[in-house]
Design a protein around this ligand. Sequence first.
Ligand code: DP6
Length: 325
Amino acid sequence: MKTLSATAQAHPNIAFIKYWGNRDSVLRLPSNGSISMNLDGLTTRTTVSFQPSLPFDELTINGHEVIGKGLDRVSSILDLVRRMAGIGMKAEVISESNFPSGAGIASSASAFAALALAATQAAGLGLSEAELSRLARRGSGSASRSVPGGFVEWHAGNTDEESFAESIASPDHWDLADCVAILSAGHKQTGSTEGHALAPTSPLQAARVADAPRRLDLCRQAILKRDFESLASIVELDSDMMHAVMMTSQPALFYWQPATLTVMQAVREWRSQGLPVFYTIDAGPNVHVLCPQAALGETEKNLRGLPGVTDVLVAGVGGPARLLS
Ligand code: DP6
């Protein structure tokens, strides 16, 4: 048996309509569908080599060997691939991301999308985009959305087969940019996986989930029509609704810092003065501020002038996960 190897890269994504809570946490079937934009320039690159001589799977992330839960999560995806391909070899996985891990951009989306593509290619499987998205979803829900390119919708589905993401519009459909306002990090936050499990303990989650099809429709239409004002209002509402659920779960998850609110209020103020900007916030204190490329210079400058903002990362609209030769 010889070594089977492949390398793939994928971008992280920012959710416009958020995934929060699972109906099935083993299969990662989400409580509601979601919509996101891939982030160009930010990239995870992963090489998977199935090797006959390896006694165990090995994982290296940004030059550091990972064992325990992090390795188990990767091995469970490799197990699915081994089963599909009918191979038994263990694998060496080497993954590098070009964005700082402390930047509050979850690397699990780009990491599991790149892993799914590299591992299936190495194992000789030619999966469709939907099948790859389903596989990436098993590692991290948001990774399902980093498989297709551009603006992407993840259909919640009722089964493993039905729960996958696909493009709504290509990267060149709309010249948007994401300015991530990095705030001085406080204590370590509760990770998304633990957070999803708490969602049903909030009395607001049922209402949030019941209203999701409406928000998904509004968001999809706003993207297709390039209607910035409509996109701004639905994305901010959706982010606020998810944080309301987080803050009212038991135990409560409170991700905002004082500077988070400073940025949110400034963004709304700038928009009322005519600058096209809106915010959205994931499971951390940093604020993603979206704007057309034409407003990028002013938005970035404004953000850097706010108290509590330590850095601003900028990304355009990213393409799909792809193989590297
Ligand atoms: C707030 O995909 O990171 O970013 O499936 O447990 O890996 P796991 O969770 P993850 O959750 C993402 C949560 C979010 C919203 C979103 O990206 O939709």
